[in-house]
Ligand binder design. Structure first.
Ligand code: S3P
Length: 435
């Protein structure tokens, strides 16, 4: 039996909330903390299954890591050459970020290792990292169709390369920059469109200069990383569910506190504002190299739009929630240029279209996106998340505009990114129960 969410129809979202820590930054803080020299103290850490998989992998490779409180982690870094061979395969669970970034880290070690994952991760494409790593000298075996498990042969000499990425992917960029730490010479990655830059920012914070020239980021290997402290803001991707919920539910007024507003992540704010949402960015300041702010979101009538293509990589994880906003908007919303959504934790184009159809929404599936005809009220019904955390949370918010309860099956994986979702959402006014 897996968790089912049952969400009563209607209601509004009110009050002030701090959602859990940023998933992308939490993964990177463990990785760089483990590879640094000295003690790194991490606060605001996301205590979700994905980041705990990264943490457990480094513990298995001999890195002392303590957790004095659930959101605080102390990592005693072992330096770039201090990792030990793991006791067995490293289980990355549901996390594409953990698997792809670890691939970059492990490619440069002098021991063999194997990365495994759950059923969803075992379907996801890995050649996008293994092929460019192979050009640097790495030896990594995938299954015949390019999926995990990944068998990484240690003891290879890596050489810095200039990579021009075909896909706008922060995971691929980060895996290559991390492998660059063990490579001879300079490793440069040019991306086709800007993607989240947490790796570059954090490497700088750990004393590793990252050269940036327009769309290209470069690192030079060899230098030590210096430990320090990392203060992780709330995850804008988790805040996005409440941004959409408050925007669609009449009478809503929410303050989302201390949210990371790195400009490579704020596409969701831009897209919702283009749809007519009322979102104020308050008290903007910088913490540990990352911009943070409070977001005040109030109900506003939304209208359908053509989503600008350049915003797609800047909102890549927020489309399940944005599709729900589109379903409640007046008129038609069209997304194109988002074929990457098909290879996330689920095929987020098809799975969202199937669920929206259950709720009475007329949508047309495109190879690289979705055309959604908004309606004043959604139907209730039973939808499946296909084990995808963000699908589950998006449909929970849809109930705010439904005329009958929405039941969402298969919600266990919400714990990968937002373990306390049901409790916090109930606190804000959503009629959700998890059983
Ligand atoms: C992430 C990058 C994105 C995003 C994922 C987290 C990261 O993936 O979807 O949730 O932390 O680097 P892609 O690089 O595959 O776009």
């Amino acid at each position: 039996m897996t968790t089912t969410f049952t969400v009563e129809a209607g209601g509004s979202l009110l009050g002030s909330l701090r959602v859990p820590g940023d998933k992308s930054i939490s993964h990177r803080s463990i990785m760089l903390g483990a590879l640094a020299e000295g003690r790194t103290t991490i606060t605001g850490f996301l205590d979700g299954e994905d980041c705990l998989a990264t943490l457990a992998a480094f513990q298995d490779m001999g890195v002392p890591i303590e957790r004095p409180e659930s959101n605080t982690v102390i990592v005693d870094g072992v330096g770039l050459t201090g990792l030990k061979p793991p006791s067995g395969p490293l289980d990355m669970g549901n996390s594409g970020t953990a698997m792809r970034l670890m691939c970059g880290v492990l490619a440069g070690q002098d021991f063999d290792s194997t990365l495994v994952g759950d059923a969803s991760l075992n379907r996801r494409p890995m050649r996008r990292v293994t092929e460019p790593l192979a050009r640097m000298g790495a030896r990594i075996d995938t299954e015949d169709d390019g999926t995990p498990p990944l068998r990484i042969h240690g003891g290879q000499r890596l050489r810095g390369q200039e990579h021009a990425l075909a896909v706008a992917s922060a995971q691929v960029k980060s895996a290559l920059l991390l492998a660059g730490l063990w490579s001879e010479g300079e490793t440069c990655v040019t991306e086709p469109a800007p993607t989240r830059d947490h790796t570059e920012r954090m490497l700088r914070g750990f004393g590793c200069p990252v050269r940036r020239d327009r769309g290209t980021a470069c690192v030079t290997g060899g230098g030590p990383l210096r430990a320090g402290s990392v203060d992780i803001p709330a995850d804008i991707s988790s805040a996005a569910f409440f941004m959409v919920g408050a925007s669609i539910a009449q009478g809503s007024d929410m303050l989302l506190r201390h949210v990371g507003v790195n400009p490579t992540r704020t596409g969701v704010i831009d897209i919702l504002r283009l749809m007519g949402a009322s979102i104020e960015v308050l008290d903007r300041h910088e913490i540990g190299g990352e911009p943070v702010a409070d977001l005040r979101v109030r109900w506003a009538p939304l209208k359908g739009i053509a989503i600008p293509r350049e915003l797609v990589p800047l909102a890549i994880d927020e489309f399940p929630a944005l599709f729900v906003a589109a379903a409640c908007a007046e008129g038609k919303t069209v997304l194109t240029g988002a074929e990457e959504l098909r290879v996330k934790e689920s095929d987020r184009i098809q799975v969202m279209a199937d669920g929206l159809a259950v709720l009475g929404v007329d949508c047309e599936v495109l190879p690289d996106g979705l055309r959604i005809q908004g309606r004043p009220t959604l139907a209730g019904g039973e939808v499946r998340s296909h084990g995808d955390h963000r699908i589950a949370m998006a449909f929970a918010m849809a109930a705010l505009r439904a005329d009958a309860a929405v039941t969402i099956r298969d919600c266990d994986n919400v714990a990968t990114s937002f373990p306390d979702f049901a409790r916090l959402a109930r606190h804000a006014g959503l009629g959700i129960t998890a059983a």
